[in-house]
Design a protein. Structure first.
Lengths: 258, 301
C-alpha cells in the first residue's frame, strides 16, 4: 500500500527549479531510498513532504489525505518524523531531554476532557507525567544502546551518536513514516554497520523508512526500493538491482563514456 | 535607614515579578524582548484608573490589569514573533515607547504628564496595607513574588518549559518535533506580560500616584539586566538579580554618599557589571537550572 505520494510536485526558487514534476511513492512497511548526485533536489523534496517548505505546485498525500502546505508541526502530529542532513539537535539540552521533546505532543492530552481540565490535570500530576515521559524516552535510548549517555549534553556526544540521537528523537514521536536525511554522513564503517542494524530494527517495528544517502553500500544493502533524482527530475525507480544496472543512473553518476 | 532598606526590598520584589516574566520570555524562550516597561505601565494605569475613577478595590483591579497586559502581549506578540534577536528587540522597544507616549498624551483618560494621584491604599479584611510604614506592604509583595515563583517554576518543569527550551535551541527542529512554535512563543509573551502587569499594579499602590515618567525604556533595560545578571533560565536567579540591581541603583543613598556620587553613577555601574559579567560569567551568577528526571537512582552511571 502506498502510504505517501507526491503528485507532480514542483518547487521553484525564482528561476531555479529545484524539484520538477516529481511523482514519488512510498510503500508502507518498506525502506525506500532516495538517491541522486549533489543538488538533485533530494533534500528539497524531503522538506516539501515534511512541511518545512511549501511546494510551488503539485500535491503531497499521506494515507490518502492531502497534506500539501500543512505546517511542519501538524505533519509531525499526523505521523511523519524526520532527521536533518546537518544535525539539528537541541545541543544544550541533555540526551534524555532531546528525546523527551519528541514526546511533546503525545502527552498532556485526554480527548474525553476539555483543554482546561487537561491543563489542570497535568499541572497537578506534573511529577508523574514528567516521569512517564522520561521513562518512555529512556526506552528509546535503550533501543539505540545509549542509556548511559542520558544525562550528557547533546553537544558532547560523538558525531555518530549525535546522528543516532536525532533518529531516537524522531522515533519518540511514534511516527508511521520516518524520513532520514543522510543518516550515515560522516560515520565511520563500524558506525554505519550499527546504523544499518538499527534501520532494519526500525522496519521490524512496522515503521516505514525513507532515506537520502550517498553511501551506496548502505543504500543497496537495506533499501527495498530506490528512486533516483537528477536535476530535480525523477530519473528512475526500482529495486536496488534494477537501479544498479540502469544505464541512465550510471550516466548521471559517472558521466557518459565517449 | 531600616526604612530605606525596606524600600529597596519592596522595589526588589516589584522588579523581581517583572524579571520572572522576562525570564520566561528571554531565559526560556530565547526571545530578546524589551517590553516589560510597557506592560508595567499598563498594569499601573489600569489599577490607578479603575480605583480612582470607578471605585474598584485594589484586589479587583488585579485581574483587569493582568488581562489587559496579557492582551497587549498577545497583540504585540503575534506580529513581532517572526522576528529574531536584535530585530525583535527593536520592535518590542518601540512598543514600550508607544505605551509611554499614549499615556503622556491621552489626557482625558490618563491626565497626561500630570499623572494620577490619590490612589487608595489596598485593604484586606479591614486592615490597611500602608505603603508608608512598609512592613505590611513588603509582606504582600513577598507573597506575590512567592506565588509567581512557584507557578513559573512548575510551568518551566513541564512540557511547556521543555517546548520553550526546544524553540530556543532550534526552531526548525522544534517545529519538526510537532511543537507549534508560534503558539508557545505567544504563550511566553502573554505570561511575561501579565506578571509585569501585576507588578505595575503593586507599583501603583506603593507610590499611590502614577506618572508616565516612571515607565521609561530604562525600566525594561534594568529588568533585562536582572535576568542576565542572575542567570538566564533560572527563576531564583531572576529574584537575586532584581535584588542586586536594586541595591546598586540605591547605592549612593544607602551609603549616604549622595553628595559625592552623582546619580548617574548607577548607570555607569550597570554597564560595568554587564561588561564584566559577559566576559567572566556569561551564564549569570547562578547559571541555567538543570532539571532532574526520574528517581535519583543511577545518576552516577
Amino acid at each position: 500500500m502506498t502510504i505517501l505520494e507526491t503528485e507532480r510536485l514542483t518547487r521553484a526558487y525564482g528561476g531555479v527549479i529545484a524539484v520538477n514534476n516529481v511523482d514519488f511513492q512510498v510503500e508502507g512497511g518498506l525502506i525506500t531510498g532516495l538517491i541522486g548526485p549533489n543538488g538533485a533536489g533530494k533534500t528539497t523534496l524531503f522538506n516539501n513532504m515534511t512541511g518545512l517548505d511549501t511546494p510551488s505546485s503539485g500535491k503531497v498525500r499521506f494515507m490518502g489525505k492531502d497534506i500539501t502546505g500543512y505546517p511542519a508541526h501538524k505533519i509531525c502530529r499526523l505521523g511523519i518524523a524526520r532527521t536533518f542532513q546537518n544535525i539539528r539537535l537541541f545541543k544544550d539540552l541533555t540526551v534524555a531531554e532531546n528525546v523527551m521533546i519528541g514526546r511533546h505532543f503525545k502527552t498532556g492530552k485526554d480527548e474525553t476532557k476539555g483543554r482546561f481540565l487537561n491543563a489542570l490535570k497535568s499541572y497537578i500530576h506534573l511529577k508523574e507525567e514528567e516521569n512517564a515521559i522520561y521513562d518512555k524516552a529512556l526506552q528509546w535510548l535503550d533501543f539505540f544502546d545509549m542509556h548511559s549517555y542520558r544525562s550528557e549534553l547533546a553537544r558532547n556526544l560523538p558525531y555518530g551518536k549525535q546522528r543516532e540521537l536525532e533518529i531516537a528523537r524522531a522515533l519518540a514521536t511514534d511516527p508511521q513514516l520516518l524520513f532520514l536525511d543522510e543518516p550515515a554522513a560522516g560515520m565511520n564503517p563500524q558506525e554505519t554497520e550499527h546504523l544499518i542494524r538499527i534501520i532494519r530494527k526500525i522496519r521490524e517495528l512496522g515503521i516505514t523508512v525513507v532515506l537520502i544517502e550517498h553511501d551506496m553500500r548502505l543504500v543497496m544493502n537495506i533499501c527495498d526500493s530506490i528512486t533516483v533524482l537528477n536535476y530535480g527530475e525523477k530519473l528512475a525507480e526500482g529495486t536496488p538491482t534494477e537501479i544498479k544496472n540502469n544505464p541512465l543512473v550510471i550516466e548521471a553518476y559517472l558521466g557518459r563514456d565517449e | 535607614m531600616l526604612n530605606f532598606f525596606l524600600l529597596i526590598l519592596i522595589y526588589s520584589g516589584i522588579y523581581a515579578l517583572m524579571a520572572l516574566g522576562q525570564n520566561v520570555i528571554t531565559g526560556y524562550g530565547g526571545m530578546l524582548s524589551l517590553t516589560q516597561a510597557g506592560f508595567f505601565a499598563i498594569g499601573s494605569y489600569a489599577t490607578a484608573i479603575l480605583s480612582t475613577r470607578f471605585g474598584f478595590s485594589f484586589w479587583a483591579t488585579l485581574p483587569p490589569a493582568a488581562l489587559l497586559s496579557a492582551l497587549c502581549g498577545l497583540l504585540i506578540g503575534l506580529p513581532t514573533l517572526r522576528l529574531k534577536g536584535d530585530y525583535l528587540a527593536i520592535a518590542t522597544l518601540g512598543f514600550g515607547e508607544i505605551v509611554r507616549n499614549v499615556l503622556n498624551n491621552w489626557d482625558s483618560l490618563t491626565r497626561g504628564p500630570m499623572g494620577i494621584q490619590k490612589i487608595p491604599m489596598p485593604t484586606i479584611f479591614g486592615f490597611v496595607i500602608n505603603p508608608y510604614t512598609k512592613y505590611s506592604f513588603l509582606v504582600m509583595v513577598v507573597i506575590f513574588v512567592a506565588i509567581a515563583y512557584v507557578l513559573f517554576q512548575r510551568l518551566a518543569r513541564s512540557r511547556m518549559g521543555r517546548a520553550l527550551a526546544a524553540i530556543r535551541e532550534d526552531e526548525i527542529a522544534a517545529e519538526a518535533m510537532g511543537i507549534n512554535i508560534t503558539k508557545y512563543k505567544v504563550y511566553a509573551f502573554i505570561l511575561g506580560a501579565s506578571v509585569a502587569g501585576i507588578a505595575g499594579s503593586l507599583q501603583a499602590v506603593f507610590t499611590l500616584s502614577v506618572t508616565p515618567g516612571t515607565y521609561t525604556f530604562m525600566v525594561s533595560v534594568m529588568v533585562l539586566c536582572m535576568v542576565v545578571l542572575g542567570g538566564m533560565g533560572n527563576f531564583k536567579a531572576s529574584i537575586l538579580g532584581a535584588f542586586i540591581i536594586q541595591l546598586i541603583s540605591y547605592f549612593p543613598q544607602l551609603t549616604g554618599l549622595t553628595s559625592v556620587i552623582p546619580p548617574q553613577f548607577k548607570q555607569i555601574l550597570f554597564g560595568l557589571i554587564l561588561v564584566v559579567m559577559m566576559i567572566w560569567r556569561p551564564q549569570g551568577l547562578l547559571g541555567r537550572e538543570e532539571i532532574r528526571y526520574g528517581n535519583e537512582e543511577g545518576e552516577k552511571a
